[in-house]
Design a protein around this ligand. Structure first.
Ligand code: SAM
Ligand code: DTB
Ligand code: SF4
Length: 323
C-alpha cells in the first residue's frame, strides 16, 4: 500500500470532517489492509519517577508548580521496576513503558539506572519504552545501545497552539529530541492530546506534522485530556467520543502502519465508546489500574471487554501485514 508523507492540512481537514460513517469506513478499510487483523497491543505503563517536574505543561498533574496533590517521589529502584515489569508480562503485556516527570534525564547516575531498567525489561522478553523528556543525541544513542524499543515524546498539539499550553520549552525542542531518537534507530512514539481547548485546525495541523515526517512514528498515542484539579486546564469540558473517533480515524488513514494508541482518558469513556475508537483504527492501549498518576480502567474490565468483542492481544514485535 502507498504510504504518503506529503499530506496537506486541507486534505487532512477534509478527511477529519467527512460524515462519521464514511470516515470510520475509510479508517477501518485502511486498518484491515495495513494490519490484516484486529489485534490490540497491550502496553503496561509505570511512573518510575513521579511528580516535582520543573515544566509548566498546563494539563499535567506532575508539574511542581501546580497544587494537584501529586507528591514528588524519587526514582524507583531497578529491582522495583523489574518486579512490576514481570507482573505486567505475566498479565499479558507485550510492551512495558516507563515514564519520568523530568524535563530531561539529568545526572549520569539516574540515567544509568534507567539504562539498567531498559536492559532488564528486554531480558524479560518484552518491548521496552521510555518517556523521560528531552534527550541529547548521546542519551538517545545510549538508550538505543541498551536495547530500547521505542521512545515516547509527544508534540501534544499544533505548533501554533503549543505555547498556549507549555511555556518552558518549544515545539522545536520537541522535534529535536524526536530527530535524535529517529537517528538512533529507536522507534518513535509521538502523538498528542485532544481537549486542551484546541481547534479542529490545530488537531489537523498536529496530524500533519506527524504524517509528513520522513518516517511516520511507529506509535501515535491519542490522549483525551484527563482533567486534574489544580492544573490550569482543570475546568476543560470533557472530550466527546466523536472527537476521539475522528482523531483516531484520521491518524489511521494518514499513517496506516502506525500503532494508534487510545491512551489517556479510557477510564472516562464507556466500553462502547472505546470499541468505536478501536473500530476507527486504534490498535493499542495502556492496561493496568493506573496511567502515571491517574486512573485507568481495571484489568478485569479490560479483559472482559476484549473477550466480549473477540479482540486478541497483539504479539510483541508485531509488524503491519502489508509491506
Ligand atoms: N516528562 C516527560 C514529557 O513530558 O515528555 C514524560 C512524561 S509526560 C507525563 C508524557 C505525556 O503524557 C505528555 O506529553 C502528555 O501528552 C501526556 N499527559 C500528561 N498529562 C496528561 C493528562 N492530564 N491528560 C492526558 N494526557 C496527559
Ligand atoms: C502518552 O501519550 N500517554 C501516557 C504516556 N504517553 C506516557 C501518559 C498519560 C498520562 C495521563 C495523566 C497521568 O496519569 O498522570
Ligand atoms: Fe513534566 Fe512531562 Fe508533566 Fe510536562 S508533561 S509537567 S514535562 S511530567
Amino acid at each position: 500500500m502507498q504510504i504518503r508523507h506529503d499530506w496537506t492540512v486541507d486534505e487532512i481537514r477534509a478527511i477529519y470532517s467527512q460524515p462519521l460513517m464514511d470516515l470510520v469506513y475509510q479508517a477501518q478499510t485502511t486498518h484491515r489492509e495495513a494490519w490484516g487483523n484486529n489485534d490490540v497491543q497491550l502496553c503496561s505503563l509505570l511512573s518510575i519517577k513521579t511528580g516535582g517536574c520543573s515544566e509548566d505543561c498546563s494539563y499535567c498533574p506532575q508539574a511542581a508548580r501546580y497544587n494537584t496533590g501529586v507528591k514528588a517521589e524519587a526514582l524507583l529502584s531497578v529491582e522495583a521496576v523489574l518486579g512490576c515489569a514481570e507482573k505486567a508480562r505475566d498479565a499479558g503485556a507485550s510492551r512495558f513503558c516507563m515514564g519520568a516527570a523530568w524535563r530531561g534525564p539529568k545526572g549520569d547516575r539516574q540515567f544509568d539506572q534507567v539504562l539498567d531498567m531498559v536492559r532488564g525489561v528486554r531480558d524479560l522478553g518484552m518491548e521496552a519504552c521510555c518517556t523521560l523528556g528531552m534527550l541529547t543525541k548521546d542519551q538517545a544513542e545510549q538508550l538505543a545501545g541498551a536495547g530500547l524499543t521505542a521512545y515516547n515524546h509527544n508534540i501534544d498539539t499544533s505548533p501554533e497552539f503549543y505555547q498556549d499550553v507549555i511555556s518552558t520549552r518549544t515545539y522545536a525542542d520537541r522535534l529535536r529530541t524526536l530527530s535524535y531518537v529517529r537517528d538512533s534507530g529507536v522507534d518513535v512514539c509521538c502523538g498528542g492530546i485532544v481537549g486542551l481547548g484546541e481547534t479542529v485546525e490545530d488537531r489537523c495541523t498536529m496530524l500533519q506534522v506527524l504524517a509528513t515526517m520522513e518516517s511516520h512514528p511507529e506509535s501515535v498515542p491519542v490522549n483525551a485530556l484527563v482533567t486534574v484539579e489544580g492544573t490550569p486546564l482543570q475546568d476543560q469540558k470533557p472530550v466527546e467520543t466523536i472527537d476521539m473517533v475522528r482523531m483516531i480515524a484520521t491518524a489511521r488513514i494518514l499513517m496506516p502502519k502506525a500503532k494508534v494508541r487510545l491512551s489517556a482518558g479510557r477510564a472516562q469513556m464507556t466500553d462502547d465508546a472505546q470499541l468505536l475508537c478501536m473500530m476507527a483504527g486504534a490498535n493499542s492501549i495502556f492496561f493496568g489500574d493506573m496511567l502515571l498518576t491517574t486512573a485507568n480502567p481495571g484489568y478485569a474490565d479490560d479483559m472482559a471487554l476484549f473477550e466480549k468483542a473477540g479482540i486478541r492481544p497483539l504479539e510483541a514485535h508485531a509488524q503491519p501485514a502489508s509491506k
